[in-house]
Design a protein around this ligand. Structure first.
Ligand code: HEC
Length: 124
């Protein structure tokens, strides 16, 4: 009669641990958003590559990005400074809603971009 009890105990321990781990692996977005040391090359570029360069790259912008080649830092900066870039990603009236026809960037990506802009939108 002792053996089944042990098995039950071990099984419940494993289940308990697994549940804990799952919660730690998938915390709420706000807690997972790493905003330490935000920099263009490390933080912002990957967001643009994934979500924007499909239309706004050197090879694509002539056709699909409305001549806004975001791969060119000078052009990017010209859109950042008057607030058009930020307006686009937060989808307020100061920019055209982007990504065009796609899903709005997640809160974490927007937060990182805001930090980058607030620190002078450097090419760092
Ligand atoms: C499916 C293609 C597509 C994607 C993806 C896309 N854009 Fe655009 N974007 C366009 C087009 C086309 C325009 C030109 C204006 C228009 O037609 O709305 C534009 C214009 C812009 C402008 C200029 C807006 C203005 O007010 O003049 C900005 C800034 C911009 N996009 C940023 C972004 C950012 C940032 C992303 C990624 C998060 C992105 N776009 C993703 C197609 C796209």
């Amino acid at each position: 009669m002792k053996k089944p009890l042990w098995i039950l105990l071990i099984a419940s321990l494993i289940a308990g641990c697994y549940y804990d781990n799952e919660e730690r692996l998938y915390p709420k977005l706000d807690q997972a958003c790493d905003t330490v040391g935000v920099a263009f090359a490390k933080t912002i570029l990957p967001i643009l590559q994934t979500n924007c360069y499909g239309c706004h790259s050197t090879t694509e912008n002539a056709n699909s990005g409305g001549s806004n080649n975001l791969e060119d830092f000078t052009i990017l900066k010209q859109l950042v400074d008057p607030g058009k870039f930020y307006g686009s990603i937060v989808q307020d009236p100061s920019g055209k809603p982007m990504p065009k026809g796609g899903v709005k960037l997640d809160t974490c990506a927007i937060t990182k971009i805001k930090i980058w802009i607030d620190h002078g939108a450097l090419n760092n």
